[in-house]
Write a protein that binds this ligand. Structure first.
Ligand code: ZN
Length: 203
């Protein structure tokens, strides 16, 4: 099964993509590995195998996003329609759930061109809670084309604590302000525009 999971035998957990194995594969020298969960990245048999933390396992689905990236379970998808945005979390190989409204949709019903993978609930476990807080308090859901802007052309995230007003910049989504426990709302250090929005803004 095609999957990804976080490595468990490395100093820092990293995402490993490949074939998920429940039978421990032998090392290239023939030695046995202990019982556990593994992902084989492929190549020379037994050489690119990582022990993984099973609680972080995400299964590959048949769906891709607008950039052609394969969608995995637990991925957070930004859905951009004409005038509204929303987020879905991929529940299993077939279904996704609307983060705010709880509606369950078939993954295959989402148009690839309307969705982009912005992160996942393993790296951002409190994303859903953060977005729901916005809706419950009558605030607009933040537009976040990526929850980690580091490897993107996006500017830094500007996070404003909704409880104490503290403002900070960062490269990764954070749901709550540590010092006071309040939720952050966010936009970007410099204005970014959605598809078609810039043309409208400068028309
Ligand atoms: Zn605060």
């Amino acid at each position: 099964m095609e999957a990804r999971a976080k490595s468990s035998g490395t100093p820092y957990p990293i995402w490993v993509y490949g074939e998920y194995l429940t039978e421990p594969p032998k090392r290239p020298n023939g030695a046995l590995r202990p019982v556990g969960h593994y992902i084989d990245k492929g190549g020379y048999p037994g050489a690119n195998v990582y022990a993984v933390d099973i609680s972080t396992l995400c299964k590959g689905t048949a769906a891709v996003d607008g950039r052609g990236s394969r969608i995995y379970t637990q991925d957070i998808l930004l859905h951009e329609a004409e005038d509204e945005i929303g987020y879905f979390v991929v529940e299993d190989e077939e279904t996704a759930v609307d983060v705010v409204w709880g509606e369950i949709v078939a993954l295959g019903r989402l148009q690839a061109g309307d969705i982009s993978i912005v992160g996942n609930t393993v790296d951002y476990p409190d994303f859903i809670e953060g977005m729901r807080y916005h809706v419950e308090n009558g605030l607009n859901v933040p537009y976040l084309p990526s929850l980690d802007v580091m490897a993107t052309p996006l500017p830094f995230l500007k996070m404003t604590c909704l409880k104490c007003g503290y403002v900070t910049l960062g490269c990764c989504y954070v749901a709550r302000h540590k010092d006071c426990g309040g939720f952050f709302t966010m936009d970007f250090a410099t204005k970014i525009y959605r598809k078609g929005e810039k043309e409208k803004a400068f028309a």
